[in-house]
Structure formats: structure tokens, C-alpha cells
Design a protein around this ligand. Sequence first.
Ligand SMILES: *[C@@H]1O[C@H](CO)[C@@H](O)[C@H](O)[C@H]1NC(C)=O
Ligand SMILES: *[C@@H]1O[C@H](CO)[C@@H](O)[C@H](O)[C@H]1NC(C)=O
Ligand SMILES: *[C@@H]1O[C@H](CO)[C@@H](O)[C@H](O)[C@H]1NC(C)=O
Ligand SMILES: *[C@@H]1O[C@H](CO)[C@@H](O)[C@H](O)[C@H]1NC(C)=O
Length: 794
Amino acid sequence: MATSLAILPFLLSLHPLLSSAAPRDTLLLGSSLSVDKYQTDILRSRDGTFTCGFNSIYTNAFTFSIWYTHSSKTVVWTANRGRPVHARGAAVTLKKGSALVLMDYDGVVVWKAQGDNSVGVQYAQLLHTGNLGLKKVPVTKPPNSAGIIVWQSFDSPTDTLLPGQRITATTKLVPTTGLHVPGHFIFHYTDSSILSLLYDDADVHEIYWPNPDNTLYQNNRIQYNMTMFGGLDDTGIFFSSDFANQQALVASDQGLGIKRRLTLDPDGNLRLYSMDSSDGRWSVSWTAMSQPCNIHGLCGPNGICRYLPAPTCSCPPGYVMNNPGNWSQGCTLAFVRLPGTDFWGSDQLHLNSVSLEACKNICWMDCTCKGFVYWQGTGSCYLKSFLFSGKAYTPNESYRTMYLKLHMSVNISGISVPRIDFLVSRKYHPDCRQMSTFPEIHKASQGEAKWFYLYGFAGAIFVLEVFFIVSVWCFVLRKELGASEIQAVEERYRMASNFRRYSYKELVKATGKFKEELGRGGSGIVYKGMLDDRRGVAVKTLENVRQGEEEFQAELRIIGRINHMNLVRIWGFCSESCHRMLVTEYIENGSLANILFKENILLEWRQRFNIALGVAKGLAYLHHECLEWVIHCDVKPENILLDQNLEPKIADFGLAKLLNRGGTDQNVSRVRGTIGYIAPEWISSLKITAKVDVYSYGVLLLELLLGKRVLDLAVGADEEVHRVLRKLVGTLADMLDREEPSSIAEVVDCRLNGQFNYMQVKTLIRLSVSCLDEDRNKRPTMESIVQMLLLADE
Ligand SMILES: *[C@@H]1O[C@H](CO)[C@@H](O)[C@H](O)[C@H]1NC(C)=O
Ligand SMILES: *[C@@H]1O[C@H](CO)[C@@H](O)[C@H](O)[C@H]1NC(C)=O
Ligand SMILES: *[C@@H]1O[C@H](CO)[C@@H](O)[C@H](O)[C@H]1NC(C)=O
Ligand SMILES: *[C@@H]1O[C@H](CO)[C@@H](O)[C@H](O)[C@H]1NC(C)=O
């Protein structure tokens, strides 16, 4: 109290306007801005450009925001996006515990700003840059010095970056949708330190800027500049640490004296806006995507974007908009209504007294549901897994109506399949709705011939897709690549990286006639070798030629493109008569399994955490950032190699499956995991997604924490490993809920003697619990895991 009183005269002297009617720019300790007086209870930057206060988004719903004063309230920052407060009684207060707290009418803390070092904060100030800072004045400084900022809104941007504000490794822009919630687009630094725009939702995670069809070089970017910062300056130049040759993005009206903002708009485009100072209107002075159809996810699932000439969304034939008037939910296969028709039998489920809408929804959710019969009146809903014995009823029995999960009311002859290149759908993540149509065509040939005609049209659309799948199959399954093709492939890879083809003779020499064996895996033996340029290499022979060939070629396809500090670098391959070999970098310290589970070696906590982080980064790269998605499918300590700095590198892509989004499926390469690390859906033969790696990663985290193999726990308990794991996860989840430091400490490898970072341990436990969720949809993505680990990293 004494400090705040002492500082008061100083603040008053700083702000002569404070006592007058004009809005102030500071909020003193203990005072509030109240939503009840939202029109006057505001802070205004001293030059009047920015205002901070409550912003009405609907009747009775407010956010605490900062906006440009003279531009019909262009909001540049919001504290409680997605969680507005009520019109009565909500307030933001600079509390004595020294945080800026936003409380709703019922006293619930909706949002809180608290710096690491915020004890002693004396005031909040809206600066002329549009930055809201919590400040304190150090005792040692003369009273007329400016305060030190201990927290600032600039560090947690929402959808806008202002001149002078930085985007860093830990910040990102996410657009604010019409409903004032965060959207699916993200502007941030990826793991490889590239400032990117991406589309991100539960199923899809795709970068669309910089142009993913180009190499980084063509995009003028540099990977792994760990500086990771970017920002807009006062002259309209946007710079980022990954821009090659110091090349910056420049506003068309470059120059001082113009008010600007860089905003990630709800349509996924990043735009630089300049304000016309006479009327406060904004005009665009730079755009990230000049071709808006290249923005991913713009038309939602199944939607097609085309230029007419303005970019316009449409649905493919047979599909209708999911939510008319709103493209973010894309298109869905429509139900065809067949009044007075039923398909007897093959009921998956029978429900009574449900609404038509509910019945539709249930059928939609279930990929195996082909349609349903609905009885008007009783509200009976019969979901069909198979359409057989269809029958049209007389009009007096027409209370039953069949709804087929396919849209047939389109004029087939009149429609040309849109000129969307279906090969483009490689980049398209199949969703369950789309996949459900595919097997139907198969079934048609197995006995439901007449339905083939009904489905024929859908078939026509998918023929293109089938064609694509078949061609990929052919590519992958072809037993031998012709010599010229190999060369072509090789040329491409050589251009992309240092990847090259080695002769068998060269490798015999490099390995000293395969003298020193490093290890044996499912697909072959690994030998140590030394190339002529004295690079140490590991040469992996693929023994079973037939099976090896497939794996080998699968690997070939991805090898040339993969380059990440947490992935073992592959230098080349050998393919000569029956010899198939891979040449990879040699990693000094061997596998994590050899170190973590050894009695006489102890990995310190710091090293374990770093391994967890590195592996997460490597997997995130494989899952999200490679040009082609890669699922490792065999994440385990044996496949994590450690270099001389104990930096982890993920090895053995032999089992990796390519996930060509949309096209090929899990059958492309035969995949096998390892007991103890495989996700439950693996056994239930569900489609394999990247979430299997997330699961295995969860097991790996547990092993890093425990210092033991999860499999060994099961041996001791004489129970199935999966059950043991479930119990362990349950216990850990409870422990997290109860927040008992002592019990959490007990989990950690006792060899560490309590030498660990408690917060990091907690983060790892929390992550492993969520990674090991039975429901793969609840498991986090590797990218979000990386984010959480980075936050926990000191
Ligand atoms: C469209 O739907 C999405 C998701 O439900 C929602 O966030 C968005 O605000 C909607 N847009 C409009 C214009 O209604
Ligand atoms: C990384 O970015 C910073 C900031 O732009 C720059 O000064 C530095 O030279 C860059 N480092 C490399 C290795 O390019
Ligand atoms: C339906 O109508 C036909 C003729 O109109 C009649 O023969 C038949 O019995 C009726 N069926 C039922 C169930 O009422
Ligand atoms: C379907 O389209 C074709 C070609 O546009 C047209 O000739 C035909 O009359 C249409 N049929 C119906 C039923 O609209």
C-alpha cells in the first residue's frame, strides 16, 4: 500500500490530464475498468490512436480489447477471445497481488495477465504503440524514469501484429471468426523456424504459405535460424529471421507516418493494412496469398474453390453445403429421399421416437451407415449397414421413407465433373465421409449389381481417385525400377539434397567387407562404415529382397526430402542385382534403449527432457512438415539414436508408411509396430493415422520418466502390457488431479535421486497421459506437444 501511495503523486504529475475528463492511458493499482460504464471506462493511448476497454460483440457480451480509436473499432488485441463476459458486473482490475484480472459478473476469473516478475506492478498503461503494459518503477531508478514492463499485450497477440510488435517462437496469430472465436488458420514459426501460414484442425494440419510446392530455396527462406523473430516496422516493412538475403516484405505504400496493421483475416489470408488518416478506412498494402484458392481449407471439407473470376466455393456434384451460408463446414454428401421405400433387414441400429434430424446425424457419424429408413409418426429410425431387398410400398404405407447417403437428384448427363484435378487431392486428407463411399463401389461388384448403376455416378467421380490410387500402388509395388527411372529419381534427389546412389563395391569397401555389425532389425543388419570422404556411415542391408524392395522403395520416395536435426540423415542407397542397402549417417552414442535402460549409465533429467523434446520435434516434422506426410509407425527407444551431445535422432524409416493425403491408404507399405508401443487402434485394424506415433511417443515419455521399460512392468505384474499401461495412466491422471508433489516425485526414476525439474516432470506426465488416450482423437498432435514442451523448457 505504501509503495502505491508513494507512486501516486508521481503518476499524477506524469499525467496532467488524469484528473480531467479526457480518457487516461493508465490504470492504477487497485482500480478497475467496469463493463457497466464501458463507454467511458477506457484507457486511451496518449496520442489517441488506440483505445483499450470493453468491446461489445453482441448484446450483453463483451470482450476486453484494444482497438484503433478512429476506424470504426478495428480490434487489434483481445484478452478473452472465445470467452466474452456479461454486460453487467464484469470488470478488469489491476489487483494488488499484481496481476490484471478480468472477472465476469459471477466473480469467475476469465483472464489474467501476470508477468514472471509482476510482484510490485504499480500501473497498467496503454502505450502509443497499442501495447498494453503492466509496469513497475524500480526503487533504484529516479522517479521520472519510465516504468519497466513486466507483462505486455504485445507478447500474446490474437490476430494482429502492430508496428513494433514482434512475432517470436512462442507467439502466433490466429484469426477471429465472425463468432469471435479463434479460427483454424495459424501464422507462426514452425519447428524448422519457418514463418508459415497453416490450416489446422482436428484432422488436417497443412502449411500453405510459403508455397508448399516450392523448395525453401525457391521460397527465399532459410531453415533453422533459431533467432525466430519477425516484425513490422513503422515504414511498412515486415522482416523475419527466416527470410533469405535479408529480403523483407514491403507495403505498397512504404513510408513513415501511416498507421498499419498486419492481420490474419478469417479467410486465412494474411494482409497488411494501411489506414487512410482522413476517414479511418483501411486499404490493403500487401497480401500473403494473391491466389486465394491456394489457401487451404477455404471451402471446408469436400469444397472446391475456383475463380469465376472471383474466388468462389462450390460443392462437387452429389454434395451439398453442410451449412448453407457458411463454407467453413464445407460440403457433405446429401441424403437422397426415397418416399415409401424400405430396405428390409441389415439394421445396424433401431431407435424409437427420435427426430429425423437426430436419425440423420447418427447415420452421418457412422461411416458404415449407408442410409436409414425413417417412419413418420412413430419416429422410428432404422440405420442400414447394407442395402438389400429394397421395396417400394403402396402410397397408403408411405409413412416410411428411405434416406440414402448419396445425392442422386443431380442431372448426371448435364454435369461435367468439375475441372478440379483429382491428383491435387493427394494433399487432401480423406475424411470418413469420403472413405465410406469407396467401399460401396466395391460391394456393388460383389452382388449388388443394380446398385452399381445408382452409385455409378459417384463411381465416376471416384474413378479418377481410384486411378490415382492404382498408379501409386503400381509405383510402390513395382518390383524393379527401370535403370533410367532410377536415374531420374536419383537426379531429382541429388538436386534436392546430397542424396546419392552408391555402388555395391563402394559399400563393401566402406564397411571393410561388412566387418562391424551395429545391430539387427526386422528388415536387415546394420554395419558401420567409413566413406572415402571420411564420413562415418551406417549401412543397412535389406535382406529379404522381395519384402525389402517394397520397403526400400517406400523409403526411397521419402528419403530425398527429409532433413531435420532430429532425424537420422540418409545419405544414399545402393541397388544392384540383389543388393539393397541404405546409407545413413553414423550416430555415435547408439540407441536410447542402450543408454536409458543400462544400469551403469545415468541420463540426467535435463538430458531426458531434451530427448523428449527432440523426438517430438522430429516426429512433428514427419507428421506435419514434410512435403509428404510420414508416419513412423515404430517409435521406440531402439529407434531413437543419440549423437555425441545426446541430441536425439529418430532412425529407421523402414517401417514408415507414407501418408499421401487422400490417395493411398495404410496398405501401401506393410507396417509393423512393436508390442508395448503400439496403439490400441492398431490391433482393431482401424485406419492408421499419425496418432499411432503419438501413442508410442506417450510410452516413450513414460519410459524416460520411469527409466524402465513399460514392457518390464507388465512382466512383473504378470499381466498384459496394455492393461498395465491403462492402470498406470489412470493412476497418473489421478495424481495430476490431486496435485501431490510427493507422489509425482515417486514416479520419477529413483536413480535421479530427486534431481529433476518438477514442472517439467508434470508436463511430461500430463503429456504422456493424453498421448496414451484410448481415443486417438483426444491425443494431441506432435506439433502441440512440441509447443507444450517448449513452454516447459526453461
Ligand atoms: C460458420 O460456421 C463456423 C463453425 O461452426 C462458425 O465458427 C462461423 O462463425 C460460421 N460463420 C458464419 C458466417 O456463420
Ligand atoms: C538469423 O536471423 C538473424 C536475424 O535476422 C540474423 O541476424 C542472422 O544472421 C541469421 N542467422 C543465420 C545463420 O542466417
Ligand atoms: C393400401 O391400399 C390398397 C388399395 O388402395 C389396399 O388394397 C391395401 O389393403 C391397403 N393397405 C393397407 C395396409 O391399408
Ligand atoms: C440433363 O442435362 C442434359 C444436358 O445438359 C439435358 O439435355 C437434359 O435435358 C437434362 N435432363 C433433365 C432431366 O434435366
